[in-house]
Design a protein around this ligand. Sequence first.
Ligand SMILES: N[C@@H](CCC(=O)N[C@@H](CS)C(=O)NCC(=O)O)C(=O)O
Length: 262
Amino acid sequence: MLTRLYHLPISPWSEKARWALDHHRVAYEAVEHVPLVGDLRLRWLLRKPTGRVSVPVLEDGGDIYGDSFQIARHAEAIGAGRPLFPAGHEAEIAAWNLLSEQLLVTGRGVMLLGQIEDAQTALDALPPGVPEALKPVLAPLARRALSAFVDKYRMRDAAASHRPVLDQTMAAFAKVLADGRRYLVGGAFTYADITMAASLQGVSPVDERYMPVGPGGREAWTRPELVARHPEVLAWRDAVYATHRPTHGPTHRPTHQQPHAG
Ligand SMILES: N[C@@H](CCC(=O)N[C@@H](CS)C(=O)NCC(=O)O)C(=O)O
């Protein structure tokens, strides 16, 4: 039976889905999505001609799962290994997923709105395979593409609140971890740990053994003031990765790249 994950290697949302699938030892073919260019295929898969489409998307034997949380639930239903959603803790884990979404959305807003005018960031965001020599002439197009991505996720709508909400969310999370806990829910590793660990990618990228860093590299993806303020949060994240994210999982199989325009 065909199991295929459409994902963006650099995206923490995709990382949540990969991690849950790998944890449950679900074998899948990984197909790399290219932002904007790949939307048409996602529309087809999701049967969604209008509105926003995004990855990760899992196709499993004809069924489609269009959200990281749904994919994790499905991985649990079909896979092996210890549960990520232990009985009785589902609501608590869903709440952590919401908090993770808040961290990710505000982190992405701070990063991309801060860089939208930066020519190099736009060039870095061009699809893989664009010849170096062509990049300078494609700069205006690249800037427009970055701007279209910012519009797609309506990042400008909440421009003023990204920064304070990101800071408050990090501070609240640090408070929870202040008791020295290793796991967020029920004293064992769950999807709450996955979702929160992945959501720190836009504060300080995890070691590249686990996932690649996106356009602009570590500097663009790091919020130095938050790293300085909350080192214990990142130490918690690194420990969760070191213990529960083997680097030789199924995601390390070759990834299929989608052909892109040009
Ligand atoms: N609720 C979704 C959100 C996914 C999401 O926002 N994905 C974005 C993160 S930037 C993405 O990968 N976008 C790629 C694109 O829009 O082309 C989930 O958790 O699966």
